[in-house]
Design a protein around this ligand. Structure first.
Ligand SMILES: *[C@@H]1O[C@H](CO)[C@@H](O)[C@H](O)[C@H]1NC(C)=O
Ligand SMILES: *[C@@H]1O[C@H](CO)[C@@H](O)[C@H](O)[C@H]1NC(C)=O
Ligand SMILES: *[C@@H]1O[C@H](CO)[C@@H](O)[C@H](O)[C@H]1NC(C)=O
Ligand SMILES: *[C@@H]1O[C@H](CO)[C@@H](O)[C@H](O)[C@H]1NC(C)=O
Ligand SMILES: [Ca+2]
Length: 440
């Protein structure tokens, strides 16, 4: 029974380790011949057990054949891999050793032969290596220098291109917009004069749901000077304007007014952009709005001035266009007509036509060593700097010092003033626009 147990035990242990065991664990009778194949453990007696001595029994265990699970097939691969790893590790070790020796060598050249294969002495080898490295570094740094020079060159060219192109583009866009405005307006005129049906439609009030400027209110019979809502660009916002329905047939959209000094005109770019002041008193309509108004129709400009002596004069310009903010609100001023003199085109050296807008915080003027807007505390289309400035400080009487008041360079008596003497100021100033093809 002991042996059967042994057999069962061994098979159980093996089975527990998930081995397939050929031996049969069910064997009970070891001596049973039929079972011999199943559990071929043999027990032979060689006599009787002596008391206190050894038992003359002999157990023969059969050779064991174990079927290993297929995962064990990998063992071979693993062995190979381990072998490889061992080799790599030993190479690394050797390398490390070499490195150490090399490092020692560099500190103390010529003490060791374990260097890179070389025909010369170890010291020479080190020198060669250093020289090689030096050469490489030199080559790299000269390459880098070349690259830097090339980049700098490209950068310069790019900057030049930028400047040239920006100026070209600005001029191009400016002239195109002016041209287009002109073409569209002349087409408008042709259509309304040649198509009676169109005229009929235009006489209907429904046609005037959108009022682009004050002349459209005039066209539907509005004759009182006051604020109206206009939409110069149907795709853009509408806003309030003050309409002058009295001067020279009316229909004027007022873009600037001075009459009592109640509004400060020493303002920032942003304030001139959106406009400021009180539409019924003193104000700047706003450069964005002036742009939209002068873009929607070809406009003329009228400037009315009155001094403290009661002298009233005007200037009329047959074109007035202000570019958008990207073009720094560059102004286009047409030909002059009127009584106040052409101060906007004063001379070759003082000419406000085609000038950018400048404010105390944004210098786009033609005066290289300073900001005209800051000097004259005003936002204006400065040259270098002024022959006219209607946004200057409001003085209630003559003043001395910097000529930073409202200024019109062709006003009677202006040139007789001494540099340090009194300067005349203005009681009222007004700028307003109306479509060129307006018919009262
Ligand atoms: C518009 O452009 C044409 C040429 O394309 C030119 O002849 C004409 O004078 C321009 N008109 C204006 C108002 O600039
Ligand atoms: C105008 O405003 C600027 C700041 O934008 C200021 O430095 C300057 O003193 C002002 N000028 C006057 C006359 O108030
Ligand atoms: C409206 O007009 C302003 C001023 O020119 C411009 O900055 C803005 O982009 C316009 N908006 C649209 C929707 O066209
Ligand atoms: C100037 O304006 C007056 C009045 O509107 C007009 O009679 C005259 O023809 C204009 N002169 C020129 C050169 O346009
Ligand atoms: Ca300047």
């Amino acid at each position: 029974m002991k042996l059967a147990n042994l057999c069962w035990l061994s098979s159980a242990v093996l089975a527990a380790q998930s081995f397939l065991v050929v031996a049969n664990s069910e064997t009970e009778e070891v001596r049973d011949e039929a079972m011999k194949d199943a559990c071929p453990v043999r027990l032979e007696s060689r006599g009787k057990c002596e008391e206190g001595g050894e038992c003359p029994f002999q157990v023969s265990l059969p050779p064991l054949t174990l079927q290993l699970p297929k995962q064990f097939g990998r063992i071979e691969e693993v062995f190979k891999e381990v072998q490889n790893l061992k080799e790599i590790v030993s190479n690394l070790k050797k390398c490390c050793h070499d490195c150490k020796l090399q490092a020692d060598d560099n500190r103390d050249p010529g003490t060791n032969g374990l260097l890179v294969p070389s025909t010369g002495t170890p010291g020479e080898a080190a020198d060669n290596r250093v020289r090689e490295l030096e050469n490489e570094v030199n080559k790299l740094s000269s390459d880098l220098k070349n690259a830097k020079e090339e980049i700098d060159g490209l950068h310069d060219r790019l900057e030049k291109l930028n400047l040239v192109n920006m100026n070209n583009i600005e001029n191009y866009v400016d002239s195109k917009v002016a041209n287009l405005t002109f073409v569209v307006n002349s087409l408008d005129g042709k259509c309304s004069s040649k198509c009676p049906s169109q005229e009929q439609i235009q006489s209907r009030p429904v046609q005037h749901l959108i009022y682009k400027d004050c002349s459209d209110y005039h066209a539907i019979g509005k004759r009182s000077s006051e604020t109206y809502r206009v939409t110069p660009d149907p795709k853009n916002s509408s806003f309030e304007v003050y309409c002058d329905m009295d001067t020279m047939g009316g229909g004027w959209t007022v873009v600037q007014a001075r009459l009592d000094g109640s509004t400060n005109f020493n303002r920032t770019w942003q304030e001139y952009k959106v406009g400021f002041g009180n539409l019924r008193r003193e104000f700047w309509l706003g450069n964005d709005k002036i742009h939209l108004l002068t873009k929607s129709k070809e406009m003329i400009l009228r400037i009315d001035l009155e001094d403290f002596n009661g002298l009233k004069l005007y200037a009329l310009y047959d074109q007035f266009y202000v570019g958008n903010e990207f073009l720094k609100y560059r102004v286009h001023i047409g030909n002059y007509n009127g009584t106040a003199g052409d101060a906007l085109h004063f001379s070759k050296h003082y000419n406000h036509d085609m000038k950018f807008f400048t404010t105390p915080d944004r210098d786009n003027d033609r005066y290289p060593s300073g900001n005209c807007g800051l000097f004259y505390s005003s936002g204006w289309w400065f040259d270098a700097c002024i022959s006219a400035n209607l946004n200057g400080k409001y003085y209630h009487q003559k003043y001395r010092g910097v000529r930073n008041g409202i200024f019109w360079g062709t006003w009677p008596g202006v040139n007789e003033a001494h540099p340090g003497g009194y300067k005349s100021s203005f009681k009222e100033a007004k700028m307003m626009i109306r479509p060129k093809h307006f018919k009262p």
